[in-house]
Design a protein around this ligand. Structure first.
Ligand SMILES: NC(=O)c1ccc[n+]([C@@H]2O[C@H](COP(=O)([O-])OP(=O)(O)OC[C@H]3O[C@@H](n4cnc5c(N)ncnc54)[C@H](O)[C@@H]3O)[C@@H](O)[C@H]2O)c1
Length: 327
């Protein structure tokens, strides 16, 4: 990945799950990386500080504790670091909590994205990568999901904010000629996964011998995608955006292998080696019944690959969780 050498990349939300892995990989490939993060209290700051530990002392790494909605501090960061590429991962990221705070989600994910895009434009950024989500597909009939499918009916405020973020990105590409890729991540898992996400929550409860809430009859399914595969897509998108001609693209990053909720629980039981205590609860409003990515476009344009087999990734994840004091 020679093209990354000395490229100056600003990663917003870089203290989080996906951002910290991305930062580590970019640094390992010779990029200069600045993480911008406000340690949003959605989950503990301590956990995010731990995410940064692996590269805290790397000579090509800088950290800015900044909120993307603070235009003054954003300008200071851009002036000081002078990024060439922005990878925008900072967001309020939970689906269910967005039902209780639609305004807060819109504020960070839509207003914050607009402020960041404007700052990027003023700083002459030509290459911008935006973290979107499979949640934009919402009320979807027919599978697998393709980027050309209708996304006018997201089922949660979170999904609606990501759809709005994509629209803003298109506008900035159209008006200012910035290259922008919007990456629709399909449920990402792996070490450092967000504590609110299903796999981590289930494994934690199982290791502690606690009850696992199972929403619905277990027939919902998710296209779980390993963090290593997601990284290949993000790096492919950075390279794609380095072209001379301004481009805009929306790409699914998923593993095209939907796993039923009940199948997931059986596999966790197998890899932990203990029977799970399952508690059946009603299906949750805002949740999608299934997600399933068609990644033909990302494979062709970004060189994206989904290499990690779910069983391998899950086994590795369970081993990682055992080292985390079951948090
Ligand atoms: N993890 C997934 O399965 C998944 C799926 C689809 C999309 N995404 C998107 O990918 C991105 C990263 O997700 P993640 O799972 O790593 O989440 P995460 O919560 O671990 O990381 C997001 C980071 O953004 C930071 N942040 C939040 N608000 C901010 C603000 N106002 N200013 C600056 N920083 C702020 C948080 O402190 C956090 O460190 C998000 O945009 C999310 O919506 C994630």
């Amino acid at each position: 990945m020679q093209f990354l050498r000395n490229l100056r990349i600003l990663v917003t939300g870089g203290a989080g799950f996906i951002g910290s892995h991305l930062t580590e990989t970019l640094l390992a490939n010779g990029a200069q990386v600045a993480v911008l993060d406000n340690f949003d209290p959605y989950y503990p700051r301590q956990e995010k500080e731990r995410n940064l530990e692996a590269f805290r002392n790397h000579s090509n790494y800088r950290f800015y504790e900044v909120d993307i909605r603070n235009q003054i501090n954003l300008t200071k960061t851009f002036t000081e670091f002078r990024p060439q590429v922005v990878v925008h991962l900072a967001a309020r990221a939970g689906v269910r909590p967005s039902l209780n705070d639609p305004e807060g989600y819109a504020d960070v994910n839509v207003r914050g994205t607009a402020i960041l895009l404007e700052e990027a434009r003023k700083s002459g950024i030509r290459n911008f990568v935006f973290a979107s989500s499979s949640s934009v597909y919402g009320k979807h009939s027919g599978e697998p999901f393709r980027e050309t499918d209708n996304t006018d009916s997201p089922l949660s405020p979170y999904g609606a904010t990501k759809k709005s973020g994509e629209a803003l990105c298109f506008t900035f590409h159209h008006v200012y000629g910035m290259s922008i890729s919007c990456l629709r991540f399909f449920t990402v898992y792996g070490p450092r996964q967000r504590p609110d996400l299903a796999i981590r929550k289930f494994v934690r409860l199982a290791l502690n011998g606690e009850e696992i809430p199972v929403y619905g009859d277990g027939s919902s399914c998710r296209d779980y995608t390993h963090i290593r595969d997601i990284l290949s897509g993000i790096i492919g998108a950075i390279r794609w955006g380095e072209s001379d001609m301004p481009r805009f693209g929306i790409f699914n990053l998923g593993s095209s292998n939907p796993i039923l909720l009940r199948e997931l629980l059986d596999k966790i039981e197998k890899y932990i080696g203990l029977p799970l205590k399952r508690k059946c609860l009603p299906f949750q409003p805002g949740d999608m019944i299934s997600t399933f990515a068609d990644t033909t476009l990302a494979q062709r344009e970004l060189g994206f690959r989904h290499d990690v087999l779910f069983d391998d990734g899950l086994r590795e994840f369970v081993e990682w969780m055992k080292t985390q004091n079951s948090e």
